[in-house]
Design a protein. Structure first.
Lengths: 368, 278
């Protein structure tokens, strides 16, 4: 007998998982926005602009980390170029945000400021429709998806694997960064997009908008985790893990790894795109720096620190590393990259399964 | 060879879609109308000048149990690589039944057409349970989109349970496959092969590392499969080959040196020279 889809979905996670997710939902969807909106600033329980933006930012990073883990932890594909998909999603939504400025920019033109500065008279063709919110949402998903699909198709069809694949993804994000640095590309060159004013006519800096974006980030993170959980528990997930461990065996029992890899790779890129689109209005800027190779490597480090092949691991990793980063870049700004590198080496040597693996080991020892 | 018309007696499938015309329509699946499941004709493969296969010609009849022997480097594994699509031959043709040109198909396509392979080194999914290994191998729609929503049916569970008993791993069903003994891994891989329901099984040293008792049971299993399936077994264990009792082909330096039953082959002076002369 076939079990209804919803039942299968419910069975994908143990009860404790659902309870944890419920608690997370109450805190991030109700409690924290309420503390931001309704508790007066003088109260110690008020959630400040800084805190709510930082929280929203870290949740966007967590979405990227989970997306990264789907390809690295489950399918064994180490991408060192996931930043490019994040940035593409950010740029796609950034275009809309630039158009929403309207004539309130420094030059009071209907064109974005940087275009006026370049003495452009009209929008380039690929900006067509960018004033539409719906079109922006479509681009947020479609642009990373198309780039990932085309890139993935050729890479996976040629059976490029392991470190070679990682290097090519680094090259991809680096090339994209150079392209976006050019003013002629039409995305604001090295300044990127900033100075956003509104989303759907509402002030982007209002507490209501901040709370909404925060809650949306939390919601997308939860949906990403659920989708990831479903994928991991499905037969699709078992085939992916099999491809990771013994690809040729998978082929000889009749699965075509190309389609499996391509699917998870494209889905992962789309998730990064959504995260980027949520990130940009919260931090108020997107520039080609997001595509720098170091950024993409950092994403891999979040996942490694948290624990590959688990879904909660990347969330913890993204949170931990960014908490360290917030502290370090203020206290010892010049040492941050050294610390990040040391962290990666340390985790690889002593914690191959990340923080989640450490937790499991501690629990096993306590139980024994 | 593939252009020969199929005689009408065996070709009773063409009429299903109303296309009762002269000649025949390419059917999905393997066409066994000439009672031959595998043709290798003048296959040559070289790696950096070394001829791994040299004008190798070989046919396997439907339902046959064939043993392949030969010293190291004779090309046994390369031959399997060619059949399963892992290696493309430099020259020669390789047909599965009358119609399927294996040199133009990918590994998954060949597996779907009905050729299963057991590797020399047991290759199983070590991080999956024994049960899951069999589930992944089971004959079913293996496209990515279907796998997203696939749910194991009761029939599927029963089939896995049957195979688990057959390979005597029913008590290990929920263990990680990586924790099995070497012999058990060999059996698991054979079990995976059975789950695929292939028409042709290629078995590269299936009893290496097995105890005598396990070897004997494996032999019984293979003999019971022959007839319904066709088997090609590469082995070094002469006692095992004797137990299987099928036709034996001796490979040497990439081509067939001798063929016949085990006693004839063993008495062949050229075979003796190849085996003892070095």
């Amino acid at each position: 007998m076939r079990t209804p889809f919803t039942l299968r979905f419910l069975a994908a996670m143990p009860r404790s998982g659902w309870i944890a997710m419920g608690c997370f939902a109450v805190v991030t969807l109700l409690l924290m926005p309420a503390l931001h909106l309704f508790v007066p600033e003088s109260s110690p329980f008020h959630m400040s602009n800084y805190a709510i933006t930082l929280g929203g930012k870290i949740m966007c990073y967590a979405i990227v980390a989970v997306a990264m883990d789907l390809v690295w932890g489950y399918a064994g594909i180490l991408s060192l170029g996931h930043g490019v998909f994040f940035a593409l999603g950010g740029y796609a939504f950034g275009m809309y945000l630039m158009r929403e400025i309207g004539t309130d920019g420094s030059y009071h033109s209907h064109l974005p400021d940087f275009m006026v500065f370049l003495d452009w008279k009209e929008l380039p063709w690929y900006w067509a429709g960018s004033d539409s919110f719906v079109w922006a949402l479509i681009l947020v998903l479609a642009v990373p998806a198309v780039v990932a699909y085309v890139f993935g198709y050729f890479a996976f069809r040629s059976r490029i694997k392991g470190v070679y694949f990682s290097i090519i993804t680094q090259a991809l994000t680096f090339a994209a960064m150079l392209l976006f640095f050019r003013n002629e590309t039409g995305f604001g060159g090295n300044n990127g997009f900033t100075d956003f004013k509104r989303i759907l006519g509402h002030d982007i800096t209002s507490p209501e908008m901040r709370a909404t974006l925060f809650a949306l980030s939390a919601l997308v993170l939860m949906l990403t985790l659920l989708a990831g959980r479903y994928l991991a528990m499905s037969k699709f997930g078992r085939v992916l893990a099999a491809i990771r461990d013994a690809e040729s065996r998978v082929m000889f029992i009749g699965y075509n790894p190309l389609h499996y890899k391509l699917f998870i790779w494209t889905v992962s890129a789309m998730l990064c795109g959504i995260a980027g689109a949520l990130y940009v209005p919260q931090v108020g800027i997107i520039n080609p720096g997001e595509m720098s190779p170091a950024n993409s490597i950092e994403i891999a480090i979040w996942v490694a620190v948290g624990g590959r092949g688990t879904l909660i691991g990347p969330v913890i990793g993204a949170g931990l590393v960014n908490a360290f980063k917030s502290f370090f870049t203020v206290a010892f700004p010049e040492y941050w990259l050294f610390f990040l590198g040391a962290l990666f080496v340390g985790v690889t040597l002593w914690l191959p399964e990340g923080v989640v693996g450490l937790w499991k080991r501690i629990r096993a020892r306590v139980a024994a | 060879m593939s252009t020969k018309p199929i005689d009408n007696e065996t070709d009773n499938r063409g009429g299903d879609d109303g296309a009762q015309v002269v000649g025949h329509i390419l059917q999905p699946g393997v066409d066994l109308s000439h009672k031959v499941i595998l043709y290798l004709e003048e296959i040559s493969v070289s790696f950096d000048g070394f001829k791994a296969l040299n004008n190798l010609s070989l046919t396997i009849d439907a339902g046959e149990l064939r043993c392949i022997i030969g010293p190291n480097g004779a090309g046994k594994t390369t031959m399997m690589d060619v059949i399963t699509g892992k290696t493309r031959p430099d020259a020669g043709t390789c047909f599965f039944g009358q119609t399927l040109d294996l040199t133009r198909m990918t590994e998954p396509e060949i597996a779907h057409a009905g050729i299963g392979r057991k590797f020399q080194k047991p290759t199983i999914f070590e991080n999956h349970t024994v049960f899951e290994n069999l589930e992944l191998a089971m004959k079913t729609d293996k496209r990515a989109w279907t796998s997203l929503f696939a749910w194991l049916s009761q029939e599927g569970r029963d089939r896995i349970a049957d195979t688990l008993k057959q390979i005597r791993l029913d008590r290990e069903a929920d263990r990680l496959a990586g924790l099995l003994s070497h012999g058990q891994k060999q059996w698991l891989e054979i079990g995976m092969l059975l789950m695929q329901e292939p028409q042709l099984l290629l078995l590269d040293e299936p009893v290496a590392g097995m105890t005598d008792d396990e070897t004997e049971r494996t032999g019984e299993l293979f003999k019971s499969l022959a007839g319904k399936h066709s088997l090609v077994v590469v082995e070094h264990d002469m006692a095992f080959i004797e137990q299987l009792g099928g036709k034996v082909t001796v490979l040497h330096e990439g081509s067939v040196l001798a063929e016949g039953n085990l006693a004839t082959v063993q008495a062949d002076p050229r075979v003796i020279e190849v085996y003892l002369g070095r």
